[in-house]
Write a protein that binds this ligand. Structure first.
Ligand SMILES: Cc1cc2nc3c(=O)[nH]c(=O)nc-3n(C[C@H](O)[C@H](O)[C@H](O)COP(=O)(O)O)c2cc1C
Length: 146
């Protein structure tokens, strides 16, 4: 299984999570490439079985939250009919940004196999290792190999 992980990070939290996801996919036998979404290996992404796309939650910590820096994500080339797994990082709530990211991927006709929010900062610190395991397992289970 070849997995490309593409992230957009403002302060490094989403990058760190992308690396942790990469390590987990690797430990389950996948060949993994982790890249900033604005600077990836196009050949690797083209040949991958799964594209993981992640960004951070932007907003006013409540109303109007959305996926951060969508304009950067829009530089990604055609992902129509590709299997994608989506994630957002957040501090308070991932709900709206995750919905927004799903809409973004649907708008590009991608096949969404998993989506999850990861609380990497903020109050009530949470151990996210279980969330990481679950996300990776779900993603690998649902990929359609052709
Ligand atoms: C301008 C700004 C707005 C944010 N708005 C929200 C928000 O509405 N809800 C939330 O849960 N987290 C919000 N966050 C927290 C970030 O989504 C969170 O810290 C994220 O992990 C940052 O990722 P990064 O370190 O890759 O930039 C906001 C952060 C910033 C800088």
């Amino acid at each position: 299984m070849k997995v490309a992980i593409l992230y957009q990070s403002l302060r490094g939290g989403t990058e760190k999570l992308a690396e942790a996801l990469g390590t987990n996919f690797q430990s389950k036998g996948s060949a993994v490439g982790v890249y900033p979404i604005t600077n990836y290996d196009a050949q690797f992404v083209l040949n991958s079985d799964l594209i993981v796309v992640g960004t951070w939650t932007d907003g006013l910590f409540g109303l109007g939250s959305r996926p951060g820096q969508l304009s950067k994500l829009n530089t990604l080339r055609d992902i129509a009919h590709k299997d994608v797994a989506l994630f957002v990082t957040y501090e308070i709530s991932p709900e709206k940004s995750l919905t927004g990211l799903n809409e973004w991927a649907n708008g590009r006709s991608a096949n969404i196999v998993a989506s999850a929010g990861f609380k990497v900062r903020g109050p009530f610190k949470k151990d996210i290792q279980d969330d990481i395991d679950l996300f990776v397992e779900n993603s690998l289970q649902l990929i359609t190999l052709d």
